[in-house]
Each structure stands twice: as structure tokens, then as C-alpha cells.
Design a protein. Structure first.
Length: 115
């Protein structure tokens, strides 16, 4: 199983980024997909979650109204559209696939929000 994140980078406050996580080696459409992030000196936190069909999503309060999680089961990919980025969003972002007791992590992609 492999999860590969991409799309991170340096962006100014108020800017946007779209993260992608391409999955292989698993039945992607069966898995709940999530995005986590970990800022320096802080614990990893769940940012967004989407069910296997893409019909239900949920977000941590700090990103509601700014971030959107989506998935394309035909492409085995989950996305995180991030708008109105703030310096506090600076972190390494990870995707995680969950199916019962099975879970798999990607390697992470750095997002830095700064002038």
C-alpha cells in the first residue's frame, strides 16, 4: 500500500493550495480517507474526513468554511482544497486511509503560510 501526497509549498496568508493524495495497493473506494496535520512542537491533529463514497465530510473547527475535502474513487485520489490560508495552518499534512483496523499513512507534504 502506498499513499503519496503532493501539492504542498509556500503560500502567502490568504492564499490557496490544493493537496492531493494518490493511493495504490488498496481498494480505495472501500476506505474512509482523512487529512491530518502536524505543526512543529504540536501533536498531529485530524483536519478533515470523508466517507468511502464521498457523501459525508467533517472538519476540525479551525478549518471549517476554508478547507474542503473531496475524493475521486476512479482516480484513487483524495484532495484537500485549502483557501484563506493562515500562518497557523503551517504544518506537515498527511493523508491516512482507514478501513476497520487497517490504516495507512502517507509520507506527508509541507505547507508553509508566510509572507
Amino acid at each position: 500500500v502506498q499513499l503519496v501526497e503532493s501539492g504542498g509549498g509556500l503560500v502567502q496568508p490568504g492564499g490557496s493550495l490544493r493537496l492531493s493524495c494518490a493511493a495504490s495497493g488498496l481498494t480505495f473506494s472501500s476506505y474512509v480517507m482523512t487529512w491530518y496535520r502536524q505543526a512543529p512542537g504540536k501533536e498531529r491533529e485530524l483536519v478533515a474526513i470523508i466517507d468511502s463514497a464521498g457523501g459525508s465530510t467533517n472538519y476540525v473547527d479551525s478549518v471549517k468554511g476554508r478547507f474542503t475535502i473531496s475524493r475521486d474513487n476512479a482516480k484513487n485520489t483524495v484532495y484537500l482544497q485549502m483557501n484563506s490560508l493562515e500562518p497557523e495552518d503551517t504544518a506537515v499534512y498527511y493523508c491516512k486511509a482507514i478501513l476497520g483496523r487497517k490504516n495507512y499513512w502517507g509520507q506527508g507534504t509541507q505547507v508553509t503560510v508566510s509572507l
